[in-house]
Write a protein that binds this ligand. Sequence first.
Ligand SMILES: *[C@@H]1O[C@H](CO)[C@@H](O)[C@H](O)[C@H]1NC(C)=O
Ligand SMILES: *[C@@H]1O[C@H](CO)[C@@H](O)[C@H](O)[C@H]1NC(C)=O
Ligand SMILES: *[C@@H]1O[C@H](CO)[C@@H](O)[C@H](O)[C@H]1NC(C)=O
Ligand SMILES: *[C@@H]1O[C@H](CO)[C@@H](O)[C@H](O)[C@H]1NC(C)=O
Ligand SMILES: *[C@@H]1O[C@H](CO)[C@@H](O)[C@H](O)[C@H]1NC(C)=O
Ligand SMILES: *[C@@H]1O[C@H](CO)[C@@H](O)[C@H](O)[C@H]1NC(C)=O
Ligand SMILES: *[C@@H]1O[C@H](CO)[C@@H](O)[C@H](O)[C@H]1NC(C)=O
Ligand SMILES: CC(=O)N[C@H]1CO[C@H](CO)[C@@H](O)[C@@H]1O
Length: 426
Amino acid sequence: MVRFVTALLALSATALATTTCSSSSQCPEDKPCCSQYGECGTGAYCLGGCDIQSSYSIESCAPMPVCESKSYTWENLDNSILNTKYLGNASAADWTYSGYPKIENSSLLMTMPKESVGTLFANNHYIWYGKVSGKIKSSRGKGVVTAFILLSDVKDEIDYEWVGADLTAVQTNYYWQGVLDWHNSANASVSGEDTFDDWHTYEIDWQPDQLQWIIDGTVMRTVKKSDTYNSTSKQYQYPQTPSRLQMSLWPAGQSSNAEGTIAWAGGEIDWDSEDIKDTGYYYATIGQIDVTCYALPDGTTTTGNNSYVYTSSNAMETDIEVTGNSTVLGSLGATGLDMTLGAGSSSASSTSNSTDSVPTNSSGGSGQQGQSTGSTSSDADTSATTTSSSFSQGTTSNSGAANQNERVMRGSFFAVLVAVVALVAL
Ligand SMILES: *[C@@H]1O[C@H](CO)[C@@H](O)[C@H](O)[C@H]1NC(C)=O
Ligand SMILES: *[C@@H]1O[C@H](CO)[C@@H](O)[C@H](O)[C@H]1NC(C)=O
Ligand SMILES: *[C@@H]1O[C@H](CO)[C@@H](O)[C@H](O)[C@H]1NC(C)=O
Ligand SMILES: *[C@@H]1O[C@H](CO)[C@@H](O)[C@H](O)[C@H]1NC(C)=O
Ligand SMILES: *[C@@H]1O[C@H](CO)[C@@H](O)[C@H](O)[C@H]1NC(C)=O
Ligand SMILES: *[C@@H]1O[C@H](CO)[C@@H](O)[C@H](O)[C@H]1NC(C)=O
Ligand SMILES: *[C@@H]1O[C@H](CO)[C@@H](O)[C@H](O)[C@H]1NC(C)=O
Ligand SMILES: CC(=O)N[C@H]1CO[C@H](CO)[C@@H](O)[C@@H]1O
């Protein structure tokens, strides 16, 4: 499987000239949308994860479906759609996924079969402040990572992350615009039975002025917006843009990953573990998920109730407007610049023959390298802060800060990795 994936990846790397993007090198007009993975394209590239700061223009990405307060249970997958089929209609599908989901005992199992890259679920409704709550049993085993996060298109991020080698704790992180500072990371211990055997309720309470991680009703960590102020840039480095809820299971301890990643994940994955022998896969179990939307921040410009739109590439809280504009693309060839292109054709989701219409990254299959997507520099690692988009392997520094950052970055980018690799593996 891995060989197959790798071959496919190599092919796509050489045969198809992929255009990469970053905030200092935006996409060209014909492939205007910069995906979560730092590559340019149309269609799905312009939906969830489309980064306005690295796209051709801020209009390139499709408007973002507004928050919807809702509870999700798992009798079936009727509410979920494959990432290759979704065109932006969040009313028709609440979740977009890749990988290997299963329904069992009225729960969602995100599985990771032997040698695979796991499963990713992303909610299609953006949340712009709100509370998310998940009844979750993590996966287990060294090298196996489970995650439950909020991630915005400009890489504001709030995480829970379970490393399968330690079933007594969960890691909590937050980031602003992908700026990685290891101070933003903390462990929260989980009492009672371990995180694999026992249901626990993990909540993120994200308000305009503070952020809390709550486990089984107990507040484990609070971050105040006021404490994130950067007096040099005069900005709050606080998550403040519309974000999607993402849940994933991924192989951080895959042997092809960087040593640091594998070490962080507790060692190389054992593909002959008890779970693999018993069921054929590693798995994380997801019970009820609840999303409660909070009121818009004071002073928000509102011209409709259908979508959030960025009005400036600064991408701060005041740069979001709520509009009546549609979020739906006509086809995988369409973009935010021409939303209806290809609409009405008999198979709208397959009208594009282009490989640049659903994000993949050729390096996804090789793991950690995939996380340097869109890499523009790697010289920031001597400070405690650097940007996620500039992460790369083999950094020039051995400082503790850099090592810490490596670990933190891994946390930050797991979703990227899973999405990319899982897509290719399908
Ligand atoms: C989105 O899906 C809903 C439910 O299937 C449907 O009623 C609506 O017309 C769709 N909207 C667009 C713009 O396609
Ligand atoms: C589902 O329920 C059956 C019967 O109680 C049990 O054996 C099985 O382990 C459960 N599956 C999961 C994933 O919990
Ligand atoms: C969290 O715990 C892990 C291992 O249990 C450790 O490696 C890591 O440094 C801890 N992180 C923080 C921020 O304390
Ligand atoms: C604060 O902002 C300055 C200027 O943008 C930047 O160089 C610095 O890294 C920021 N500090 C932190 C902790 O991110
Ligand atoms: C959303 O806007 C539409 C069109 O302006 C309006 O008909 C509808 O009642 C609004 N819905 C809500 C929930 O406010
Ligand atoms: C909403 O769509 C209209 C028509 O396509 C466009 O002119 C307008 O700029 C859009 N609004 C925003 C905030 O992008
Ligand atoms: C692929 O699609 C583009 C436009 O989307 C079209 O111009 C081109 O002719 C198509 N190529 C093939 C081989 O169908
Ligand atoms: C990090 C990384 O390797 N990203 C790759 C994504 O795919 C493009 C095109 O194949 C590569 O050039 C990038 O290096």
